[in-house]
Design a protein around this ligand. Sequence first.
Ligand code: SF4
Length: 445
Amino acid sequence: MFSNKKVAFYTLGCKLNFAETSTIARSFQSINFEQVPFDQPADIYVINTCSVTDNADKRFKTIVKSALKTNESAFIIAVGCYAQLKPEELAAIHGVDLVLGATEKFKVTQYLSDLTKKDMGEVHSCEITEANFYEGSFSIGDRTRAFLKVQDGCDYKCTYCTIPLARGVSRSDTLENVLKNAKEIAAQGIQEIVLTGVNIGDYGKGEFGNKKHEHTFYELVQALDEVDGINRLRISSIEPNLLTDETINFVATSKTFVPHFHIPLQSGSDTLLKKMKRRYLRKTYTDRVAQIKETMPHACIGVDVIVGFPGETDELFLETYNYLNTLDIAYLHVFTYSERPNTEAYEMEGVVPLKTRHKRSKMLRGLSAKKRMAFYQSQLNTPVSVLFESENKAGYMFGFTENYIRVKTPWNPELVNTIHPVQLREIDEDGHVRFDWIKEEILIK
Ligand code: SF4
């Protein structure tokens, strides 16, 4: 029926969205669609949306326009968090033909009977409470690493966040299914698996559709470490209050888990952490960082932080800045607070002017660059392993060490998707690390 039809995908947002797009793409391939790059002519364009910041909304419109520029009669489908949160708004955007909510996005191939363009997009959405079942996903598009979804949704109530409204309650894949997917990925020759979800530290909750924890994140990590054929396992992001000592100690001695932790902090001020309804205070965060650096001094720690949250005075911002400046961390992901309807923070007083938010964001991004260089510097002359990626960028190729250092070397196709021991030598003018090759046998974990 669709043998000569083409489909293209565009993903906004997080690693979880990339895993889900890849799974949806496989459902199109299973009914004989040919997948083409997004800038190529296609009969159908599927856009997997994000709604963490208002910028995501604007970007969606631009992407629809670019698809219609390539093929003005193409059928445009929107799925993902923005589609779940504001389906009518998306359906009213010129060119959008179909909007599918959280319960329908994996059934998109059941909505292809009429591909004619619509004046107003057709909406098939739901109450988020109906999205309480689990759909497994993993990405296999990129040759070097795959995103493996292990958990979805969130039961936390952070006052700035819309994700629970877009993705529903916390629920997990069965341990058995996670291991099956991991083996399938390994069988494709992919070297690195990145565990992803919304609140993966809460893994095990809702494995069998109830509120119980059948397994813990620690048990998941132990089980995955036993799967043959996987060279590297990376934990994408984990809440500080859910990162236990036993998980940290296990990663320190495990065969495959890499010494890289990305831990959302959001603010270095306890006053703001309480207003954000985060489930920890600064002391817990300090302890986590100390525990990691004690067991793995070469570990890389990345931090999410929000600037401009309502009530963030200059003093409270400086508290965050000074706190981060003292922490033994390697980089920051800085998010500028943006008002999201239906969140508690939306009604809060003490709104920070946009100009101030941008100034603070700039300061923290400056701090992040300083931290990253200091971390890279601290790792020079150490033997590490590098997983080389497949892109040739102006005659150079790149790769990441296990502790998330980005290295650069002249393009050599034989290195693609291979892991090699190297000795980090120096940081070049672009901030990439150069290295010397070392013989396999002197590689340390
Ligand atoms: S933990 Fe908080 S910030 Fe993260 S998804 Fe859940 S509610 Fe949102």
